[in-house]
Design a protein around this ligand. Structure first.
Ligand code: NAP
Ligand code: MG
Length: 506
């Protein structure tokens, strides 16, 4: 590994860094509760630039008492406010207005998020910000399409009955640091579309875009208490939210460990509902008949997308043996060619990891695997110097029992294994499924029968064949430890509702 060598990371562009710092200086740093910003009693949270380790902001950190205030404001808005009583079309209009304001501030959002997360500003401009806007518009469009059921049979029996959906109540939204704006905006838009009120807790490591979103929430003019935003530590503010009896629903994206904590907190408190998106360890199955150039480029891009801090990344690669060596060489070659650097510049294709702690975890998992016999086909490592940079790694010979193969690494690390062309699809799927996770599975082949059979056999919430990403109108979520429930589309909106059946004797 190359730890200790001088950093090859490109620096920020000075003018762009200044523009980002100016944008950060305008961000409100308090807690948005009941339509106003307030300070917090706990010590402020320091926010760092992952590319330099330098402090870029200090923001208020909510304690349990302030979480109480936020939940009380959201509960009051639910009970007495206009939001749940407003027509769906009007709710949709206001959510779409929020999306419009994010679009107006798209460049500002990209700069803020780049500085806060370390991601290349070009990637944020091209993916995260437009995806967040599109997801918010998609969810806004559901606000007047939430429907129930009216069975015909009951009318003949002298009764009329129907089932309708109602907003579940106060929704707590807890988001991670890898796609902070996208997660905060799409979840908030879904909850609001269903008629819920919201308490949003962004990740302390990257809270800035959510705070600017708070400014835009004010500008839209949502009724007070409809959207509350409390930055805070997970163990304090997050825990207070998931334990809170006033919270009826938690929408969470992050680690399986915290996901388990949410299930336990629900059981201990009020059986609050939850949707959990908990990451993955997704298999990629590559057959010799596939467009191998396209497949190699796609596999490589996914490993450096968000520097590997991407829940859907295909990190366990299975390649048909006759093309294995060439394919791994092609992927490693692509990965070695990507430029690593600070986010605010023209050149970098992937950036720093979110924190020194996250990088240390990646280094440890790779070192343990190599000590246990895995062989690096590409041996990137921690880059020396300021910032939390880590070069891409490709390992062959890693397998079950090694942390790097079993756990979500959340760094630019790929494990590759060959499979015998004679392997029955059932056995191949069993190998792909031999993981605790089940978020995504990727298949590369031109054989239609194989596609359809494998798509059924893999245990994954999302199966992507021959490339492509998610579909925002279709459900997204995982099997097994990858989560519970689904986001996006009708399923995603319905997750924020309760069903009520009404029977009327005639
Ligand atoms: P994490 O702890 O699950 O953080 C996600 C969110 O949960 C953050 O807002 C966090 O708050 C909050 N949180 C933490 N403890 C909580 C608690 N007891 N109650 C309620 N909320 C709580 O994830 P992480 O530690 O940052 O990352 C660890 C690993 O999780 C990564 O290496 C990766 O494998 C996985 N991960 C997955 C995704 C994904 O997209 N599925 C995203 C992020 C991480 P604070 O951050 O403010 O403490
Ligand atoms: Mg940060």
């Amino acid at each position: 590994m190359s730890a200790g060598e001088p950093t090859a990371a490109l620096p920020h562009d000075a003018a762009m860094l200044q523009r980002a710092r100016d944008a950060v200086a305008e961000i409100p740093t308090g807690l948005l509760i009941d339509g106003g910003w307030r300070p917090a009693e706990r010590p402020a949270i320091a926010v760092d630039d992952p590319a330099t380790g330098q402090r870029i902001a200090e923001v208020a950190a909510a304690g349990a008492a302030e979480v109480d205030l936020a939940v009380a404001a959201a509960a009051r808005a639910m009970r007495e406010g206009p939001w749940p009583r407003m027509g769906g079309t009007e709710r949709g209009r206001l959510i779409a207005r929020l999306a419009d304001l994010v679009e107006r501030d798209a460049e500002r959002m990209a700069l803020i998020e780049s500085l806060d997360t370390g991601g290349p500003v070009g990637v944020l401009r091209a993916f995260d910000v437009p995806m967040a806007i599109a997801a918010a518009r998609e969810n806004a469009s559901w606000a007047n399409k939430i429907t129930g059921e009216v069975p015909m049979v009951e009318a003949g029996a002298g009764a009329f009955a129907f089932a309708t959906r109602e907003p579940v109540g106060v929704a707590a939204i807890i988001t991670p640091w890898n796609a902070p704006l996208l997660m905060a905006l799409k979840k908030t838009a879904a909850a609001l579309a269903a008629g819920c009120t919201v308490v949003l807790k962004p990740a302390e490591l990257a809270p800035l875009s959510a705070l600017w979103l708070g400014r835009l929430v004010e500008e839209v003019g949502f009724p007070p208490g409809t959207v509350n935003i409390v930055v805070g530590e997970g163990a304090v503010a997050g825990q207070a939210l998931i334990d809170h009896p006033g919270v009826r629903m938690v929408s969470f994206t992050g680690s399986t460990a915290v996901g388990r904590g949410i299930v336990a907190a629900s059981a201990r408190s009020n059986l609050k509902r939850f949707v959990l998106e908990l990451g993955g360890k997704s298999p990629v199955l590559v057959f010799a008949d596939a467009d191998l150039d396209k497949a190699a480029a796609s596999v490589a891009r996914e490993i450096v997308f968000k520097s590997g801090q991407y829940c859907g990344a295909g990190t366990r690669l299975f390649v048909e043996a006759p093309v294995f060596e060439d394919f791994v060489r092609a992927v490693a070659g692509q990965l070695a060619g990507f430029r690593i650097g600070a986010g605010l510049g023209a050149g970098a294709e992937f950036g720093a990891l979110i924190s020194d702690r996250q990088r240390a975890r990646v280094v440890r998992l790779v070192e343990e695997a190599v000590a246990a016999g895995a062989e690096p086909a590409l041996a990137g490592g921690a880059l020396f110097g300021p910032g939390y940079f880590h070069g891409p790694v490709v390992l062959t010979g890693a397998g079950r029992g090694m942390g790097v193969f079993d756990m979500e690494v959340f760094g630019p690390v790929l494990c590759a294994r060959p499979f015998d062309p004679a392997t029955p699809l059932q056995a191949l799927a069993a190998e792909a499924n031999d993981t605790d996770y089940g978020l995504s599975a990727k298949i590369w082949t031109r054989d239609a029968s194989r596609i359809l059979r494998l798509a059924r056999l893999v245990e994954a919430g999302n199966v992507l064949v021959n490339g492509g990403g998610g579909e925002k109108a279709l459900p997204f979520g995982g099997f097994k430890l990858s989560g519970f429930g689904r986001e996006n589309g009708r399923e995603g909106i319905n997750a924020f509702t309760e069903i009520k059946t009404v029977r009327i004797g005639l």
